[in-house]
Design a binder for this molecule. Structure first.
Ligand SMILES: Nc1nc2c(ncn2[C@@H]2O[C@H](COP(=O)(O)OP(=O)(O)OP(=O)(O)O)[C@@H](O)[C@H]2O)c(=O)[nH]1
Ligand SMILES: [Mg+2]
Length: 440
């Protein structure tokens, strides 16, 4: 077929989709605040002049048109932002840590690997999501000067960064999705219509991964067609291989439903596939569909055609017939597909599927819990753990300040009520303390 040869030479591409990846992201730790005093001629102690530490860099994921697969994440999976620099004397602020930006293809869904929570569905070029927030910079002693304490000898440490594993999943952004039973001839059709070279074989489940082909009709008309693993009964509930890919079809604007005209029960197959699509989602059921009966070069198929055509007409469907093997009817079909696509605006389908970035649930930072184990008492809470991490334990004034924070947040009272006694070990997050220490 002339068209295929044209595509093969000039415009073709074949992409095997690595559509899942796991990566580890880490934000930078905040820089420490400094303890320093101004030195002036003749003045033994000037005012406090310890600068604040810089904020740790953030970690982002950003969608880009420049990437089309998740293949890159087979080689590199760790991404870290830079730590903030420490503050220093003369009120010098530490420099902010550089952010790290991980570029992913459009259509990437991002999940927290531990909780499975969807963090973002990145569909637009340049769209970003913050996946690990950089730690705050610790304050230097200049920040702690008050009228009653004009020469504070305390500073904060930088807040640690965050680290998490993410699961990335790529949803294909094809215009057209080929669906049908295994062996219906989907890969054959894609090969005939584009330069893609999917594996073709006379047994079911030949296609294990979706692959894309660019179909170029003329200089101004082209579309992307996805060949998908065949669907079987129960696919919407996870049977066979098709299930993993049903959600890919949700992203397409048009479904081409291919029926093997030489199969035992073409109409039953047609009904079954539609049933599976509907059982998976309303969006799939409502997707525009072009129904195509394939293998019309075979006598069996030609014999069956009138019955199939009539059965489909009874279902309100006007079917087309082709032979992917000989190319008969393929070019006309591609023209029809292009025509239908031109009537379906890109926004219409992607907008409906574009999910808002799912914000992390509001967490009450000051809330805390108290537990007990053979090793001691355990206090967990976002704000109190952050305060512990940012405390310089070798500074007496910092120690005293931490104790005031414990009191102000109600942790001291709660521990007393829980029965903590002198000498008990108390963990604030992973920081170990001896209860009953006295500020000097
Ligand atoms: N005679 C004839 N054979 C065809 C035609 N299209 C595909 N075939 C054959 O049917 C078999 C299956 O074709 P594939 O293209 O691999 O089918 P598929 O739908 O991709 O199958 P899965 O990947 O397993 O879902 C192969 O042996 C093809 O050569 C056709 O139009 N006519
Ligand atoms: Mg196939």
């Amino acid at each position: 077929m002339q068209l295929a040869a044209f595509g093969r030479r000039v415009f073709g591409r074949c992409t095997l989709f690595f559509d899942e990846a796991r990566i580890h992201v880490k934000s930078g730790r905040g820089g420490n605040g400094a303890v320093a005093f101004r030195r002036e001629k003749g003045v033994p102690y000037g005012g406090p002049a310890g600068g604040n530490g810089g904020k740790g860099g953030d970690a982002y994921l950003r969608a880009t048109e420049r990437r089309s697969t998740l293949v890159a994440f087979q080689n590199q999976i760790h991404f870290s932002a830079e730590d903030g620099r420490h503050g220093s004397g003369k009120n010098q602020q530490g420099r902010r840590g550089e952010d790290v930006v991980v570029e992913v293809p459009l259509g990437t869904v991002v999940r927290d690997a531990d909780t499975g929570q969807v963090l973002a569905d990145l569909v637009e070029d340049g769209q970003e999501v913050l996946v690990a927030r950089g730690g705050r910079g610790g304050r230097g002693n200049a920040a702690f000067a008050t009228s009653t304490n004009q020469a504070p000898r305390l500073s904060e440490r930088g807040e640690p960064g965050e680290a998490r594993w993410l699961e990335l999943e790529l949803k294909l952004l094809a215009d057209v999705g080929l669906v049908g039973m295994p062996n219906a001839g989907k890969s054959t059709l894609l090969a005939a219509a584009s330069a893609a070279q999917p594996k073709i074989a006379p047994y079911p489940f030949t296609t294990l991964q979706p692959s894309l082909g660019v179909v170029q009709l003329d200089y101004s008309t082209s579309f992307v067609m996805a060949d998908l693993p065949g669907l079987i009964e129960g696919a919407s509930r996870g049977a066979g291989l098709g299930h993993r890919f049903l959600r890919h079809i949700e992203r397409t604007r048009l479904v081409v439903h291919l029926i093997d005209g030489a199969a035992k029960d073409p109409l039953g197959n047609y009904d079954m596939i539609n049933h599976e699509l509907a059982a998976f989602s309303q969006a799939l059921a409502g997707k525009p569909q072009i129904v195509v009966v394939n293998k019309m070069d075979l006598p069996d198929a030609r014999e069956m055609w009138p019955l199939i055509e009539q059965g489909l007409a009874e279902r309100g469907v006007q079917a087309r017939r082709i032979s992917g093997a000989t190319g008969e009817g393929v070019q006309a079909l591609l023209g029809t597909i292009a025509e239908r696509l031109s009537e379906i605006p890109i926004e219409a389908s992607t907008e409906a599927e574009l999910q808002e970035i799912v914000a992390e649930p509001e967490r009450d930072e000051r809330a805390f819990t108290i537990g007990i184990s053979p090793s001691g008492w355990h206090v967990h809470g976002v704000a109190i753990e952050r305060a512990a991490h940012m405390t310089n334990w070798d500074q007496e004034e910092s120690l005293a300040r931490f104790q005031r924070i414990l009191e102000a947040m109600g942790v001291t009272m709660a521990l007393r009520e829980a029965g903590v006694s002198e000498e008990d070990t108390v963990f604030i997050g992973d920081v170990e303390l001896q209860w009953g220490w006295q500020p000097v």
